[in-house]
Design a protein around this ligand. Structure first.
Ligand SMILES: Nc1ncnc2c1ncn2[C@@H]1O[C@H](COP(=O)(O)OP(=O)(O)O)[C@@H](O)[C@H]1O
Ligand SMILES: [Mg+2]
Length: 193
């Protein structure tokens, strides 16, 4: 658009400004994300079930307001995971909010905590499944890009930040997308990294 507008017009000036500012914000975010590398993780033993419960407590009021049913499954006992509890909590808050935003007319958010393996190491796995219709195939490959959003008031930062936090914990986020039905995000984090 900036390239097509007449030179020295107000519109051209505004379009150029938007382009410059978006690039600046993108760079700033890249810097912020790369800044939050391993060194800034405060490693302590974390109970993943407690982290998920804390995150759920943050989102629960607005889930209830939207008529979204929450089902949970926690293991009776789970090994402590070495990580940054506050950052990990943010991951689940972001995923729960995305689920809620996908279920405008109510639905079900199913949360399951369990164990798994990653690269042959013991790991915890948290599955977050919604009934919000899933992600259209043409947008699926964009969802971890900073500032990519399909929402009027979205920031497009929820998933890139979640992904960065999990990567810094040597973990992975898997997506099981069922277009028309819903999506399941699986967060797998090694217990010791
Ligand atoms: N549970 C979900 N169901 C459907 N689409 C989703 C879900 N989670 C994420 N998305 C898609 O990924 C995009 C990026 O998500 P995110 O990074 O959290 O940014 P935001 O929520 O601000 O849009 C969303 O705009 C949406 O299109
Ligand atoms: Mg989000």
């Amino acid at each position: 658009m900036a390239g097509r507008l007449a030179k020295a017009s107000d519109e051209k000036e505004s379009a150029d400004l938007i382009v410059r500012e978006v690039l600046r914000l993108e760079k700033m975010l890249t810097d912020i994300l790369s800044f939050s590398k391993k060194t800034t993780i405060c490693y302590t033993p974390c109970n993943i079930s407690e982290i998920v419960k804390d995150a759920l407590a943050v989102v629960r009021p607005s889930l209830e307001e939207k008529g979204i049913r929450v089902t949970t499954r926690f293991p009776r006992k789970i090994e402590a995971l070495l990580g940054d509890c506050q950052q990990l909590k943010q991951v689940f808050i972001n995923l729960f909010f995305n689920g809620q935003e996908a279920m405008k007319n109510g639905g079900e958010l199913a949360i399951r905590v369990g164990t798994s393996t990653i690269d042959g190491q013991k790991a915890v796995a948290v599955k977050v499944r919604d009934t919000g219709g899933g992600i259209p195939l043409e947008t699926l490959h964009h969802i971890f890009n900073p500032f990519y959003t399909t929402k009027d008031t979205g920031t497009g930062l929820g998933l890139p930040i979640a992904n960065r936090i999990i990567t810094n914990h040597c973990g992975k986020i898997h997506i099981n997308n069922r277009p028309g039905i819903g999506v399941e995000f699986s967060v797998v984090v090694p217990i010791q990294n």
